[in-house]
Design a protein around this ligand. Structure first.
Ligand SMILES: [Zn+2]
Length: 307
């Protein structure tokens, strides 16, 4: 079977993805699962505020934008679809649950792994909420150094859902120890490390832990480009990963945006364009060949998100 990519406007082929930002946000609401909802914002305002930022990157050659806002943090697939249509960008959304409080719905504690996985599988097969829009990947999150029961459970849910749908799992992880624990759980379910993305890997201070995760074959996502103090760290990690021949497992992004629900006009927005206008020139200045830059921004995202 040919592989494909699920965007909010339909299926495309991996080779159609082109230049991709694999971890960004259009809209986020941090109020928590009890209070969040579509009543908290005006979709038209969100679209009007975010449209110019997306148009900017479209003009700079970005063709695919991966939105990492999970369910209960204002994942709004209709807004994403409208923006995809207006900008002609491919936009991907996700299924899954963010395994950190206050974003975990009560039912996640009560229901079985299979029951929860079935909900994510249903979204993948039939569409999210009342739409026909399908997720392009599974998003989960863990927090801190300890692996809690609910975090472990949600990784198991992700494994079951990934096995059924072939969606890749991206987990907000930050720490290498935790990444290795997640890979163990996934291994118990026969999910290959190649189907898992170590999100925010640049937060980990110990390079040897990042290398241990890379050695297993997982995707190393350095997604803090442009964030305070992160660029130097990312460049340093990049050098080592390239030196050790892990260039086929690297993803680069900014975790930028976005319209923050509850703030006037969405608050202060970090634009997406500096990745192209500032960071790519820095990579070139360091002597990183265009061929490698193309790998990080085109080839790797296409294989990471292939279904
Ligand atoms: Zn993020």
């Amino acid at each position: 079977m040919n592989s494909k990519i699920n965007t909010v406007t339909g299926e495309i082929q991996p080779k159609e993805m082109g230049f991709t930002l694999p971890h960004e946000h259009i809209l986020v609401d941090f109020i928590g699962v009890e209070e969040t909802g579509k009543h908290r914002y005006n979709p038209e305002e969100v679209i009007n505020v975010m449209f110019p930022y997306l148009l900017d990157i479209k003009k700079l050659g970005v063709t695919t934008f991966i939105d990492c806002t999970p369910m209960y943090l204002a994942r709004d697939v209709e807004i994403l679809k409208e923006l995809a249509n207006k900008t002609n960008l491919n936009i991907l959304t996700n299924t899954g649950l963010y395994g950190r409080e206050p974003y975990i719905p009560k039912h996640a504690y009560k229901e079985s792994i299979e029951e929860l996985a079935n909900q994510w599988i249903l979204e993948t097969k039939e569409g999210i909420e009342d739409t026909l829009i399908k997720p392009g990947f599974i998003k989960t999150a863990v927090d801190g150094e300890e692996f809690t029961e609910i975090e472990n459970k949600l990784i198991e849910v992700a494994a079951v859902a990934s096995n059924e749908t072939n969606l890749t799992i991206a987990t907000h992880t930050c720490f290498g120890e935790k990444a290795l624990q997640i890979l163990k759980v996934l291994n118990d379910y026969n999910v290959k490390p190649q189907k898992w993305i170590f999100v925010h890997a640049n937060i980990e201070e110990k390079l040897e832990l990042i290398l241990q995760v890379a050695e297993q074959g997982a995707w190393i996502e350095l997604d803090g480009v442009g964030q305070e103090g992160q660029d130097e760290k990312i460049l340093n990690i990049l050098d080592i990963l390239i030196d050790q021949d892990y260039e086929d497992q690297i993803l680069l992004s900014q975790d930028a945006g976005c319209y923050f629900v509850g703030e006037p006009n969405g608050g202060e927005i970090r634009p997406f364009s500096p990745f192209i206008t500032e960071f790519i020139p820095v990579l070139r200045d360091r002597g990183i060949q265009d061929e490698l830059i193309q790998k990080f921004t085109i080839n790797n995202p296409a294989s990471a998100f292939s279904i």
